[in-house]
Write a protein that binds this ligand. Structure first.
Ligand code: ARG
Length: 424
C-alpha cells in the first residue's frame, strides 16, 4: 500500500477513493455550509476539479440560481441544477403510496425515497461530465450515507466515493473558520445568527425532517420554531375542511374533483394539510447503522394521501388480502429505509403491490381539523361491499342469516375443544 497524504484515513471499502486516484469529482451540492466547505476543500486537498450537482426534489424555499452562483464562485467547473420532482413523484412516491409505506409506524420515508434518486442522478452526471469520484455531505452516523453509497456501488462499480464529513474531523466551529478563511459566504440563521447550530433539515415533496439540538433530548417537548412547514395545530383554522382524493389503480389523480398532475397534487395536498396542522410526527427511530434517533417530521401530504389510499385499498381487497398485505408493506418500507432500493426483492414486492392496486380506484374524503386527518367518506366501483347485505334486517342474495349458526359451530370448533381441555 502506498503512503497516504496527511490526514487521509486508510480506506475500508472497495468503493472508496484513494486520494491519488481522484481526478475530477462530482459533488452533490446543496449550497449549505458542509457542501460549500467541501467544494473548496476537495479542490485544495485532492487537487481535483469539482463539478456540482444540485437536485430539486421540491424542497420549499430554495433559490437554485443563488446555489449555482455560489458553486461557480467557489470554483466549480460546472453546476448542474436538475428538477427531479416529476421522477420522484412517479417512480418513488407512487410505489410508496401503493405500499402504504411507513417505517417504524410513523415515518413516510421521504428522505429514504429521495436518496437513491439523488445518487442515481449523481452517477449519470458523473459519467457524462467525466468524473471518477462522487462526493456527498453525509455524516458517518446516519442512514443517508448507506443509501447513497449503496446506490453508487450498485449502479456504477467504476466510480468511487468520498465522504469528507465522515473523515475531515472538522466540527462546526472549524468549518465556519474554514469558510471565513476561504471566502465562503455563510447564511446566518434568521433568528439565532450563526452562533447556534441550526437544526439538521432534509425535505422534499413528501415531507420534511428536523434533527439535532434539543430534539436529541428525548425529554424535551417540541419547541415551536421547529415547525417551518406545518401550522401548529393550536393555530390551525377553527373550521374543519374535507378534501376528496380520487385514486386510479392506487395512484392519486384528482383533488376535490380537479384532475392534477402528480407533482401538483402532492404540492396541493401538502399545502392544505400544512394549513390544518396535519402530519406532525415525533418519531424515535432505529437507524440502519445501529443508533436510535429522534426526528421531528412534518409530512402533510403523506398524512392525507397515505390514510386515504390505505382505506380505499382495504375496501376493495378481501379479508385475506388485507391480512397479508401489511406484512409486505412493512418489508417494503424496511428495504427502502435501509437504502436497498435496487434490491430485487423490492421489485418483487412492487409486482405484488401493483397487482393489488389494480383494484384501488375510487374516491376518499379526508376531514382535516387542527392536526387530525380522518377518513370520512369512501366510494369505489370495486368495493367488496354490498350495502344491502351489510344493513340490518335484510337477508338473502349472497348472504343467508340462517346459515350463520352452522358457520359459528364449525368456526369455533377447535377453540371450544381446546378451552374444554384446558379447563377440565
Ligand atoms: N431519519 C430519517 C431517515 O433516516 C431522516 C434523515 C434526514 N436526513 C438528513 N440528512 N437530515 O431517513
Amino acid at each position: 500500500m502506498t503512503d497516504l497524504p496527511d490526514g487521509f484515513p486508510p480506506r475500508t471499502a472497495s468503493y472508496e477513493a484513494d486520494p491519488e486516484h481522484v481526478g475530477r469529482v462530482l459533488l452533490l451540492y446543496s449550497g449549505g455550509l458542509d457542501t460549500s466547505v467541501m467544494l473548496k476543500w476537495i479542490q485544495d486537498r485532492y487537487d481535483a476539479g469539482v463539478v456540482c450537482l444540485t437536485v430539486n426534489l421540491g424542497q420549499p424555499g430554495e433559490d437554485y440560481e443563488v446555489i449555482e452562483g455560489k458553486a461557480r464562485m467557489l470554483g466549480a467547473l460546472d453546476c448542474h441544477i436538475v428538477d427531479a420532482r416529476e421522477e420522484l413523484a412517479r417512480e418513488y412516491i407512487t410505489p410508496a403510496i401503493k405500499a402504504n409505506a411507513l417505517y417504524g409506524g410513523g415515518y413516510p420515508l421521504f428522505t429514504a425515497l429521495g436518496r437513491p434518486l439523488i445518487a442515481k442522478l449523481a452517477v449519470e452526471y458523473a459519467r457524462s461530465s467525466g468524473c471518477d469520484t462522487i462526493a456527498h455531505g453525509c455524516t458517518g452516523k446516519g442512514n443517508d450515507q448507506v443509501r447513497i453509497e449503496a446506490t453508487v456501488a450498485t449502479l456504477a462499480p467504476e466510480l468511487k466515493v468520498i465522504a469528507p464529513v465522515r473523515s475531515w474531523q472538522m466540527g462546526r466551529e472549524e468549518e465556519i473558520a474554514y469558510a471565513h478563511e476561504h471566502g465562503i459566504p455563510i447564511k446566518s440563521h434568521p433568528t439565532q445568527g450563526t452562533e447556534v447550530a441550526p437544526y439538521s433539515i432534509d425535505d422534499n415533496l413528501w415531507g420534511r425532517s428536523s434533527e439535532g439540538r434539543w430534539i436529541e433530548d428525548l425529554d424535551h417537548a417540541p419547541e415551536d420554531d421547529v415547525f417551518q412547514l406545518v401550522t401548529r395545530p393550536e393555530l390551525a383554522p377553527d373550521a374543519p375542511e374535507t378534501v376528496e382524493i380520487e385514486f386510479e389503480r392506487g395512484v392519486p389523480v384528482a383533488l376535490n374533483g380537479e384532475r392534477l398532475d402528480l407533482v401538483d397534487l402532492l404540492e396541493r395536498a401538502a399545502e392544505i394539510g400544512a394549513r390544518h396542522g396535519v402530519g406532525i410526527v415525533d418519531h424515535i427511530e432505529d437507524r440502519i447503522v445501529g443508533l436510535k434517533v429522534r426526528d421531528i417530521y412534518e409530512a402533510p401530504a403523506a398524512a392525507i394521501l397515505l390514510p386515504a389510499h390505505q382505506e380505499l385499498e382495504k375496501l376493495v381487497c378481501t379479508i385475506h388480502q388485507n391480512q397479508f398485505k401489511g406484512q409486505l408493506d412493512r418489508q417494503w418500507a424496511y428495504l427502502v429505509y435501509a437504502g436497498l432500493w435496487w434490491e430485487p426483492l423490492r421489485e418483487d414486492l412492487d409486482a405484488y403491490m401493483d397487482s393489488v392496486n389494480e383494484q384501488v380506484s375510487g374516491t376518499v374524503g379526508v376531514k382535516l381539523y387542527k392536526g387530525h386527518a380522518r377518513v370520512v367518506t369512501r366510494s369505489s366501483p370495486n368495493a367488496v361491499y354490498d350495502q344491502s347485505l351489510a344493513s340490518f334486517g335484510e337477508s338473502g342474495g349472497l348472504f343467508s342469516q340462517t346459515a350463520s349458526p352452522g358457520f359459528i359451530e364449525l368456526f369455533s370448533l377447535q377453540s371450544r375443544m381446546a378451552w374444554r381441555l384446558r379447563n377440565r
